[in-house]
Design a protein around this ligand. Structure first.
Ligand SMILES: [Zn+2]
Length: 75
């Protein structure tokens, strides 16, 4: 696998996933991902993306129900 940006070599590793701008901040440590050796670009694979999307959906609906935050649609 090669990096989309710099064509550098991607290696399997773990990174911190962060997400902002939906009325809350999400930070997950040690998410498996492909990381570019050259520029540090990070790619998440299908399974991890699915799990994170699921979490976000759950958080959004629970926050909306509790009116703790106002989730914004993804941009
Ligand atoms: Zn790169």
């Amino acid at each position: 696998m090669e990096c989309y940006y710099c064509k550098g070599a991607m290696v399997r590793g773990k990174t911190t996933y962060t997400m902002n701008g939906r009325g809350y901040h999400l930070l997950i440590d040690e998410v498996p991902a492909w990381i570019c050796q050259q520029c540090g670009e990070v790619y998440f694979e299908g399974e991890e993306v699915d799990i994170i999307q699921d979490l976000i959906k759950t958080i959004d609906s629970k926050l909306a129900k509790a009116q703790l935050a106002k989730p914004k649609p993804p941009t």
